[in-house]
Write a protein that binds this ligand. Structure first.
Ligand SMILES: Nc1ncnc2c1ncn2[C@@H]1O[C@H](COP(=O)(O)OP(=O)(O)O)[C@@H](O)[C@H]1O
Ligand SMILES: O=C(O)C1=C[C@@H](OP(=O)(O)O)[C@@H](O)[C@H](O)C1
Ligand SMILES: [Mg+2]
Length: 267
């Protein structure tokens, strides 16, 4: 059984949505919300960016440890900062915490684009993409080490992620393991539909080319080559049979041709 719903702590990489989802859980669950970064800013009397400018990361980390130990008894939802798992001391505090620790897991691509759109994280400004990737790889096992539960966030809205987390409160151990698997499946489904939507955009660009050069929508040789190539590439994968490739490709190709037809008849 998950620990008391009123002591919930979100961990995960910067930009994972800890602050946004934390607020949303508190709203849906009628509990209080606290952001560790805000508490650090209050303690230091300046913004996180100023702390990094006027002092250094070490200074920030010391404050972070102090504030982290102070909020252990907070009754509500706590959003931590992405680097909270860096210090072994903090990981010990988190492992012994009375709170349930939920790891918001995402992917590097969507996280970086969100952070660039915001442009507020001091570490993002200091680091190259390669450094950032290294940081991502180094932190992931640390989040896993302390987390009681992992929620997949890719493609999901903050409201949906919050609702998944609120649902954990009424689950027992077995159900929790089951919900974690379902959370992964839901995230994969969203990634699949995102890719199908991107595929359709490319299909429409292809339709425009065909229209320009007077080519017909249906290209039987190309379509059978696509199927054959996929069957070769996935021949050794027991999860992807030739029949599955045929069924899925029929849906994708027929839907694409319908959209191409519509596009070619337009204007
Ligand atoms: N699930 C989500 N889908 C889309 N945008 C999100 C999602 N979660 C967060 N964001 C956006 O990403 C940015 C970073 O979110 P934030 O909650 O500050 O992350 P963190 O506290 O983990 O660093 C914000 O602009 C927020 O609106
Ligand atoms: O990942 C990090 O080391 C940091 C993440 C930030 O919090 P968010 O994870 O909420 O962005 C903030 O604590 C500080 O900029 C350092
Ligand atoms: Mg935050």
């Amino acid at each position: 059984m998950i620990k008391e719903p009123d002591t919930l702590m979100l961990i995960g990489f910067m930009g994972a949505g800890k602050t946004t989802v934390g607020r949303e859980i508190a709203r849906q669950h009628h509990s209080k919300f606290l952001d560790l970064d805000q508490e650090i800013e209050r303690a230091a009397g300046m913004s996180i960016a100023q702390i990094f400018q006027k002092h250094d990361e070490n200074y920030f980390r010391r404050l972070e440890t102090q504030v982290l130990s102070q909020v252990q008894t907070f009754n509500g939802v706590v959003a931590t900062g992405g680097g909270v798992v860096e210090r072994a001391e903090n990981r010990e505090i988190l492992k012994n915490s009375p709170a349930t620790l939920v790891y918001l897991h995402g992917n590097l691509e969507s996280t970086i684009s969100r952070l660039l759109a915001e442009g507020q994280r001091p570490l993002l400004q200091e680091k190259s993409t390669a450094d950032f990737f290294q940081l991502w790889e180094a932190r992931d096992p640390k989040y896993q080490e302390v987390a009681n539960f992992t929620v997949e966030t890719v493609g999901k809205t903050p409201q949906r992620i919050a609702a998944e987390i609120v649902a954990l409160f009424s689950a027992n151990e077995d159900e929790l393991a089951f919900l974690a698997l379902r959370s992964q499946i839901d995230a994969f489904d969203r990634q699949l539909f995102d890719i199908i939507s991107k595929r359709m955009e490319v299909v429409l660009a292809v339709a425009n080319y065909k229209k320009k050069v007077g080519m017909s929508v249906s290209q039987p040789t190309r379509m059978s080559n696509m199927r054959a190539a996929l069957k070769v590439d996935y021949a050794k994968n027991p999860n992807i049979s030739d029949e599955f490739i045929d069924e899925l490709m029929t849906i994708l190709l027929e839907t694409a041709m319908k959209r191409e037809d519509e596009e070619m008849q337009r204007g």
